[in-house]
Design a protein around this ligand. Structure first.
Ligand SMILES: [Cu+2]
Length: 334
Protein backbone atom coordinates (compact mmCIF):
# COMPACT_ATOMS: atom_id res chain seq x y z
CA UNK A 1 0.00 0.00 0.00
CA UNK A 2 1.29 3.44 -0.88
CA UNK A 3 1.74 5.99 1.95
CA UNK A 4 0.14 9.42 2.04
CA UNK A 5 2.91 12.07 1.64
CA UNK A 6 3.85 13.71 4.97
CA UNK A 7 3.58 17.20 3.45
CA UNK A 8 -0.05 16.53 2.56
CA UNK A 9 -0.83 15.29 6.07
CA UNK A 10 0.89 18.38 7.54
CA UNK A 11 -1.16 20.65 5.28
CA UNK A 12 -4.43 19.05 6.37
CA UNK A 13 -3.40 19.15 10.05
CA UNK A 14 -2.41 22.83 9.64
CA UNK A 15 -5.75 23.74 8.10
CA UNK A 16 -7.61 21.84 10.84
CA UNK A 17 -5.60 23.55 13.63
CA UNK A 18 -6.14 26.98 12.03
CA UNK A 19 -9.91 26.62 11.68
CA UNK A 20 -10.35 25.09 15.15
CA UNK A 21 -8.17 27.78 16.81
CA UNK A 22 -9.96 30.69 15.18
CA UNK A 23 -13.36 29.21 16.00
CA UNK A 24 -12.48 28.49 19.65
CA UNK A 25 -10.76 31.88 19.96
CA UNK A 26 -13.97 33.66 18.99
CA UNK A 27 -16.52 31.38 20.67
CA UNK A 28 -15.65 31.26 24.33
CA UNK A 29 -17.25 32.62 27.48
CA UNK A 30 -14.12 33.78 29.25
CA UNK A 31 -14.91 37.51 29.16
CA UNK A 32 -17.69 39.35 30.99
CA UNK A 33 -20.50 41.06 29.10
CA UNK A 34 -19.51 43.98 26.83
CA UNK A 35 -21.07 47.13 28.28
CA UNK A 36 -19.14 49.94 26.58
CA UNK A 37 -18.35 51.06 23.06
CA UNK A 38 -14.68 50.44 23.87
CA UNK A 39 -15.17 46.80 24.92
CA UNK A 40 -15.38 45.20 21.43
CA UNK A 41 -12.00 46.74 20.51
CA UNK A 42 -10.30 45.09 23.49
CA UNK A 43 -12.11 41.81 22.95
CA UNK A 44 -11.10 41.70 19.29
CA UNK A 45 -7.49 41.90 20.39
CA UNK A 46 -8.01 39.31 23.14
CA UNK A 47 -9.65 36.87 20.72
CA UNK A 48 -6.75 37.10 18.25
CA UNK A 49 -4.23 36.46 21.05
CA UNK A 50 -6.36 33.60 22.37
CA UNK A 51 -6.61 32.03 18.88
CA UNK A 52 -2.82 32.13 18.52
CA UNK A 53 -2.42 30.61 21.99
CA UNK A 54 -4.83 27.77 21.13
CA UNK A 55 -2.98 27.08 17.85
CA UNK A 56 0.38 26.95 19.66
CA UNK A 57 -1.10 24.66 22.31
CA UNK A 58 -2.52 22.26 19.70
CA UNK A 59 0.73 22.22 17.67
CA UNK A 60 3.03 21.66 20.66
CA UNK A 61 0.85 19.20 22.58
CA UNK A 62 -0.27 17.43 19.39
CA UNK A 63 3.34 16.94 18.28
CA UNK A 64 4.26 15.55 21.70
CA UNK A 65 1.36 13.06 21.55
CA UNK A 66 2.17 11.94 18.00
CA UNK A 67 5.87 11.47 18.86
CA UNK A 68 5.12 9.63 22.11
CA UNK A 69 3.18 7.05 20.12
CA UNK A 70 5.15 6.95 16.87
CA UNK A 71 8.66 6.87 18.39
CA UNK A 72 7.95 4.83 21.51
CA UNK A 73 10.52 2.19 22.47
CA UNK A 74 9.73 -1.10 20.76
CA UNK A 75 10.18 -4.44 22.49
CA UNK A 76 13.81 -5.58 22.43
CA UNK A 77 15.14 -2.24 21.08
CA UNK A 78 18.00 -1.14 23.35
CA UNK A 79 19.83 1.06 20.81
CA UNK A 80 20.43 4.80 21.23
CA UNK A 81 18.43 7.35 19.30
CA UNK A 82 19.88 9.04 16.18
CA UNK A 83 22.30 11.84 17.15
CA UNK A 84 21.10 15.09 15.62
CA UNK A 85 22.84 18.42 16.25
CA UNK A 86 21.50 21.72 15.06
CA UNK A 87 19.31 22.68 12.11
CA UNK A 88 19.86 26.26 11.03
CA UNK A 89 16.80 26.63 8.73
CA UNK A 90 14.56 25.20 11.46
CA UNK A 91 16.00 27.56 14.09
CA UNK A 92 15.60 30.57 11.78
CA UNK A 93 12.01 29.49 11.14
CA UNK A 94 10.98 29.13 14.78
CA UNK A 95 12.67 32.43 15.68
CA UNK A 96 11.14 34.35 12.78
CA UNK A 97 7.54 33.16 13.28
CA UNK A 98 7.20 34.31 16.94
CA UNK A 99 9.01 37.56 16.09
CA UNK A 100 6.50 38.36 13.36
CA UNK A 101 3.57 37.37 15.60
CA UNK A 102 4.78 39.56 18.48
CA UNK A 103 5.44 42.54 16.18
CA UNK A 104 1.97 42.27 14.62
CA UNK A 105 0.34 42.00 18.05
CA UNK A 106 2.31 45.06 19.18
CA UNK A 107 1.12 47.14 16.22
CA UNK A 108 -2.47 45.90 16.67
CA UNK A 109 -2.46 46.71 20.42
CA UNK A 110 -1.25 50.26 19.77
CA UNK A 111 -4.00 50.62 17.16
CA UNK A 112 -6.65 49.49 19.69
CA UNK A 113 -5.24 51.80 22.36
CA UNK A 114 -5.27 54.72 19.90
CA UNK A 115 -8.85 54.05 18.78
CA UNK A 116 -9.89 53.99 22.45
CA UNK A 117 -8.32 57.44 22.77
CA UNK A 118 -5.31 56.35 24.78
CA UNK A 119 -2.75 58.15 22.66
CA UNK A 120 -2.99 61.81 21.92
CA UNK A 121 -2.35 63.23 18.50
CA UNK A 122 1.40 63.84 18.11
CA UNK A 123 0.85 67.60 17.96
CA UNK A 124 -0.62 67.56 21.47
CA UNK A 125 1.87 65.22 23.00
CA UNK A 126 5.25 66.25 21.71
CA UNK A 127 6.75 69.63 21.15
CA UNK A 128 10.11 70.38 19.65
CA UNK A 129 12.23 71.97 22.30
CA UNK A 130 15.36 73.85 21.50
CA UNK A 131 15.51 75.76 24.72
CA UNK A 132 17.23 74.29 27.77
CA UNK A 133 14.93 76.30 30.01
CA UNK A 134 12.06 74.00 29.02
CA UNK A 135 14.10 71.00 30.01
CA UNK A 136 15.02 72.42 33.36
CA UNK A 137 11.37 72.94 34.27
CA UNK A 138 10.48 69.30 33.68
CA UNK A 139 10.58 67.03 36.69
CA UNK A 140 12.81 64.01 36.37
CA UNK A 141 14.64 65.10 33.26
CA UNK A 142 18.17 65.18 34.57
CA UNK A 143 19.11 62.65 31.91
CA UNK A 144 17.28 64.53 29.20
CA UNK A 145 19.02 67.73 30.24
CA UNK A 146 22.41 66.08 29.89
CA UNK A 147 21.49 64.63 26.53
CA UNK A 148 20.15 67.92 25.27
CA UNK A 149 23.63 69.43 25.47
CA UNK A 150 24.76 66.93 22.89
CA UNK A 151 21.82 67.02 20.51
CA UNK A 152 19.40 69.71 21.56
CA UNK A 153 18.17 70.21 18.02
CA UNK A 154 17.10 66.57 17.60
CA UNK A 155 15.53 66.02 21.01
CA UNK A 156 11.79 65.70 21.33
CA UNK A 157 10.77 66.53 24.84
CA UNK A 158 7.20 66.41 26.07
CA UNK A 159 6.35 69.90 27.26
CA UNK A 160 3.06 70.06 29.14
CA UNK A 161 1.14 73.16 28.01
CA UNK A 162 -0.54 75.44 30.52
CA UNK A 163 -3.54 73.10 30.79
CA UNK A 164 -1.22 70.11 31.34
CA UNK A 165 -1.37 67.09 29.14
CA UNK A 166 -4.05 64.56 29.95
CA UNK A 167 -3.07 61.07 30.99
CA UNK A 168 -5.48 58.24 30.37
CA UNK A 169 -7.84 56.87 27.77
CA UNK A 170 -9.82 59.39 25.80
CA UNK A 171 -7.87 62.55 26.48
CA UNK A 172 -7.75 65.25 23.84
CA UNK A 173 -7.81 62.72 21.02
CA UNK A 174 -11.57 63.15 20.58
CA UNK A 175 -10.83 66.16 18.36
CA UNK A 176 -11.52 68.53 21.23
CA UNK A 177 -15.13 67.34 21.45
CA UNK A 178 -16.67 68.13 24.82
CA UNK A 179 -18.05 65.15 26.75
CA UNK A 180 -21.81 64.87 27.39
CA UNK A 181 -21.20 64.21 31.08
CA UNK A 182 -18.19 64.93 33.27
CA UNK A 183 -17.76 63.17 36.60
CA UNK A 184 -14.95 63.86 39.06
CA UNK A 185 -13.87 60.64 40.73
CA UNK A 186 -11.71 60.60 43.83
CA UNK A 187 -10.01 57.48 45.05
CA UNK A 188 -9.11 57.28 48.73
CA UNK A 189 -8.38 54.58 51.25
CA UNK A 190 -10.79 52.78 50.81
CA UNK A 191 -13.59 54.25 48.74
CA UNK A 192 -14.50 55.90 45.48
CA UNK A 193 -16.30 59.25 45.66
CA UNK A 194 -18.21 60.48 42.62
CA UNK A 195 -18.88 64.17 42.17
CA UNK A 196 -21.06 65.60 39.40
CA UNK A 197 -19.67 69.14 39.01
CA UNK A 198 -22.55 70.42 36.85
CA UNK A 199 -25.23 69.52 39.38
CA UNK A 200 -23.16 69.44 42.56
CA UNK A 201 -24.31 65.92 43.40
CA UNK A 202 -21.99 63.67 45.41
CA UNK A 203 -22.41 59.94 45.35
CA UNK A 204 -20.79 56.70 46.44
CA UNK A 205 -21.70 55.04 43.16
CA UNK A 206 -21.45 56.09 39.55
CA UNK A 207 -24.65 56.68 37.57
CA UNK A 208 -24.37 57.28 33.84
CA UNK A 209 -26.97 57.46 31.08
CA UNK A 210 -26.68 54.87 28.31
CA UNK A 211 -25.15 56.16 25.09
CA UNK A 212 -23.66 59.30 26.68
CA UNK A 213 -20.05 60.28 26.05
CA UNK A 214 -18.78 60.24 29.64
CA UNK A 215 -15.53 61.75 30.82
CA UNK A 216 -14.16 60.74 34.20
CA UNK A 217 -11.52 62.90 35.86
CA UNK A 218 -9.59 60.77 38.30
CA UNK A 219 -7.66 61.90 41.33
CA UNK A 220 -6.41 60.28 44.52
CA UNK A 221 -6.01 61.77 47.98
CA UNK A 222 -3.49 59.36 49.51
CA UNK A 223 -1.93 56.55 47.48
CA UNK A 224 -2.26 55.21 43.95
CA UNK A 225 -5.58 53.52 43.23
CA UNK A 226 -6.83 52.09 39.99
CA UNK A 227 -10.31 52.48 38.57
CA UNK A 228 -11.44 49.33 36.77
CA UNK A 229 -14.77 48.34 35.25
CA UNK A 230 -14.29 44.86 33.74
CA UNK A 231 -17.50 45.08 31.69
CA UNK A 232 -16.26 48.33 30.11
CA UNK A 233 -12.76 46.82 29.54
CA UNK A 234 -11.36 50.05 30.96
CA UNK A 235 -8.82 50.65 33.66
CA UNK A 236 -6.97 53.77 34.71
CA UNK A 237 -4.80 54.61 37.69
CA UNK A 238 -5.83 57.40 40.06
CA UNK A 239 -2.57 59.04 41.11
CA UNK A 240 -2.08 61.60 43.91
CA UNK A 241 -1.10 64.95 42.37
CA UNK A 242 -1.40 63.83 38.74
CA UNK A 243 -4.84 64.11 37.13
CA UNK A 244 -5.81 61.22 34.88
CA UNK A 245 -8.94 60.56 32.92
CA UNK A 246 -11.11 57.97 31.23
CA UNK A 247 -13.61 58.44 28.47
CA UNK A 248 -16.26 55.91 27.56
CA UNK A 249 -19.72 55.37 26.14
CA UNK A 250 -21.82 52.82 28.05
CA UNK A 251 -23.84 50.67 25.68
CA UNK A 252 -25.83 48.34 27.95
CA UNK A 253 -28.04 49.20 30.90
CA UNK A 254 -27.27 47.39 34.14
CA UNK A 255 -25.14 47.47 37.25
CA UNK A 256 -21.45 46.67 36.92
CA UNK A 257 -18.70 46.50 39.53
CA UNK A 258 -16.05 49.21 39.95
CA UNK A 259 -12.96 47.58 41.37
CA UNK A 260 -9.82 49.18 42.77
CA UNK A 261 -7.14 47.16 41.06
CA UNK A 262 -4.03 48.71 42.59
CA UNK A 263 -3.01 47.24 45.97
CA UNK A 264 -3.60 50.35 48.09
CA UNK A 265 -3.58 49.18 51.70
CA UNK A 266 -5.12 46.83 54.22
CA UNK A 267 -8.71 47.09 52.93
CA UNK A 268 -7.86 47.31 49.24
CA UNK A 269 -9.99 44.22 48.65
CA UNK A 270 -13.09 46.01 49.89
CA UNK A 271 -12.52 49.14 47.79
CA UNK A 272 -15.39 48.51 45.44
CA UNK A 273 -18.31 50.44 44.12
CA UNK A 274 -20.62 50.08 41.17
CA UNK A 275 -21.53 51.85 37.98
CA UNK A 276 -25.21 51.96 37.13
CA UNK A 277 -25.96 52.45 33.45
CA UNK A 278 -29.49 53.81 33.13
CA UNK A 279 -31.83 55.11 30.49
CA UNK A 280 -31.61 58.91 30.19
CA UNK A 281 -34.93 59.42 32.06
CA UNK A 282 -33.89 57.10 34.93
CA UNK A 283 -30.63 58.98 35.14
CA UNK A 284 -32.37 62.37 35.24
CA UNK A 285 -34.64 61.10 38.03
CA UNK A 286 -31.69 59.90 40.04
CA UNK A 287 -29.91 63.20 39.56
CA UNK A 288 -32.96 65.26 40.58
CA UNK A 289 -33.63 63.14 43.67
CA UNK A 290 -30.04 63.51 44.80
CA UNK A 291 -30.00 67.25 44.17
CA UNK A 292 -33.07 67.66 46.38
CA UNK A 293 -31.80 65.32 49.08
CA UNK A 294 -28.38 66.92 49.24
CA UNK A 295 -29.77 70.46 49.34
CA UNK A 296 -31.87 69.50 52.36
CA UNK A 297 -28.81 68.08 54.03
CA UNK A 298 -27.02 71.33 53.40
CA UNK A 299 -29.70 73.41 55.11
CA UNK A 300 -29.84 71.12 58.10
CA UNK A 301 -26.12 70.74 58.46
CA UNK A 302 -24.69 71.73 61.85
CA UNK A 303 -21.24 72.36 60.51
CA UNK A 304 -20.32 72.85 56.89
CA UNK A 305 -17.02 73.66 55.31
CA UNK A 306 -17.30 77.32 54.24
CA UNK A 307 -14.49 76.94 51.71
CA UNK A 308 -16.68 74.67 49.58
CA UNK A 309 -19.63 77.05 49.51
CA UNK A 310 -20.31 80.32 47.79
CA UNK A 311 -21.17 83.26 50.09
CA UNK A 312 -24.90 82.99 49.40
CA UNK A 313 -24.94 79.23 49.95
CA UNK A 314 -23.09 79.64 53.23
CA UNK A 315 -25.34 82.39 54.51
CA UNK A 316 -28.61 80.88 53.27
CA UNK A 317 -29.51 79.00 56.50
CA UNK A 318 -28.93 82.13 58.64
CA UNK A 319 -30.55 84.54 56.20
CA UNK A 320 -33.92 82.92 56.75
CA UNK A 321 -33.75 83.50 60.54
CA UNK A 322 -32.62 87.07 60.04
CA UNK A 323 -35.46 87.86 57.67
CA UNK A 324 -33.27 88.46 54.66
CA UNK A 325 -34.61 87.20 51.37
CA UNK A 326 -32.41 85.09 49.14
CA UNK A 327 -32.69 87.75 46.45
CA UNK A 328 -31.07 90.31 48.76
CA UNK A 329 -28.42 87.80 49.62
CA UNK A 330 -27.75 87.06 45.98
CA UNK A 331 -27.31 90.76 45.20
CA UNK A 332 -25.02 91.22 48.18
CA UNK A 333 -22.61 88.60 47.01
CA UNK A 334 -22.05 90.27 43.63
CU1 LIG B 1 -7.58 51.52 46.21
Amino acid sequence: MQEIPVSLLTLVAGAFVTVLSIWLGHNHSLLPVQASAQAPLVDGFFNIMFSIAIALFLIVEGTILIFVVKYRRRKGDDTDGVHIEGNLPLEVFWTAVPTIIVLCLGVYSVDVFTRMGGIEAPGHMMAHSHSPSHVAQMPGTALAATLSDASASEMEIPVPPAGARKIGIGGTSQDGKVADLVVDVTGMQFAWIFNYPESGVNSGELHVPIGADVQINLSATDVIHSFWVPQFRLKQDAIPGIPTQLRFVATKTGTYPIVCTELCGAYHGSMRSQVIVETPSEYENWLTENKVAQNQELNQAVAVKPAQLSASEFLAPYAHDMGISSVTLESMSH
